[in-house]
Design a protein around this ligand. Structure first.
Ligand code: ADP
Ligand code: MG
Length: 318
């Protein structure tokens, strides 16, 4: 049985699950938000050396998750504890659920796409930039800071027009595109005290390159935004951008495999800038990044690749 940890609104999961079921594979979609109202969790140590973890779910019945042959850590949700009014009690209950769930995850010693701890650690841009640089890949000159003075010095070094700012991570409610630092932003720099900001040298590019990696398979797509009216962030005018499959240089493919091995992940969606000189500059890798727009924009069979990996996993054991 393949366990997919996500929720019904996740189109990526739905596509992959449909593909797996159409191939006759048994799949259980574990939505953590089903706890506590529509699902219960148990770990039975009747046979202490082989504890049995089960989820009893309103729609699925009793599911023996210990029998998982692969797990897709895709979009884990939060246990819904709004019914507990007291803040301290709710915080405590969240902690107990967290321990119980992560205990179960640790028992599922089958291949994971990706192992939760590796996924969490790999998601940090600071670590990604360091590892990429250690592997010999160019990364933009970067300052992550909540210090207005340090921010000003960085902007003076790269200049207005030569510096971008961007966020660490979006929330459900707030997303911000990458922006060029403008003259008027300099007066607002005090606000970085409230939330640290990532400043980078602006990397001029003929294309953004998004590379989805699934196990050994690499699916690169070029995104040309030069004629869309906003070429600072490809996501702003994605529907008007020109997208195409491209062949990656051997050394970039090799870099990606080594980066993922170093981070302990088997799935990742990496962003690069391809400069007019033909150099690849690494921006980031998303351990649970979206791929359907790449499937559509470049014709790459990524749904098949993810389903194939989950059906015949080659990945690391948790
Ligand atoms: N240093 C940079 N120079 C030029 N463009 C950048 C730079 N950093 C980010 N961008 C643009 O913004 C997009 C989003 O930045 P990225 O580093 O991928 O962070 P995230 O996707 O987490 O917001 C990139 O795909 C690219 O189009
Ligand atoms: Mg990105």
């Amino acid at each position: 049985m393949i366990v997919v940890i996500s929720h019904p609104g996740d189109l990526h999961a739905t596509r992959v699950v449909d593909r797996l079921r159409s191939r006759g594979r048994e799949v259980f979609v574990l939505d953590i938000a089903d706890f506590p109202d529509t699902a219960t969790l148990s770990v039975d140590f009747g046979e202490p050396a082989t504890p049995r973890a089960t989820v009893t779910h309103g729609a699925y019945g009793v599911v023996d998750v210990s029998a998982a042959t692969a797990v897709w850590w895709r979009r884990p949700q939060f246990v819904r504890l709004e019914a507990i009014a007291d803040n301290d009690a709710r915080g405590f209950a969240h902690g107990e659920w967290h321990e119980a769930l992560h205990g179960v995850y640790a028992l599922l010693d089958c291949p994971w796409m990706n192992p939760p701890q590796a996924d969490e650690r790999a998601s940090h841009k600071a670590l990604q930039l360091r590892v990429a640089s250690e592997l010999g890949m160019r990364v933009p000159d970067t300052l992550m800071t909540s210090d207005p003075g340090a921010a000003l010095a960085f902007i003076e070094r790269h200049g207005i027009g030569g510096t971008i700012h961007k966020i660490f991570a979006a929330t459900h409610q707030v997303w911000r595109e990458t922006r060029l630092v403008r003259v008027e932003d300099v007066a607002l720099l005090e606000s970085v005290r409230l939330a640290p900001v990532i400043f980078q040298e602006r990397i001029p590019a003929v294309a953004d390159v998004r590379v989805t990696v699934v196990g050994d398979d690499v699916f690169p797509m070029a995104i040309d935004t030069r004629h869309t009216g906003y070429d600072v962030d490809f996501r702003v005018n994605m529907e008007r951008a020109h997208t195409s499959a491209l062949a990656l240089p051997e050394d970039v493919v090799d870099f990606l495999h080594r980066l993922m091995a170093e981070l302990g992940i088997v799935y990742g969606a990496a962003d690069f800038r391809l400069t007019p000189e033909g150099e690849y500059v690494f921006l980031e890798i998303n351990p649970a990044g979206e791929f359907l727009f790449v499937e559509q924009g470049a014709g790459h069979p990524i749904t098949d690749a993810v389903a194939g990996w989950l059906a015949e996993p080659l990945g690391p054991v948790l």
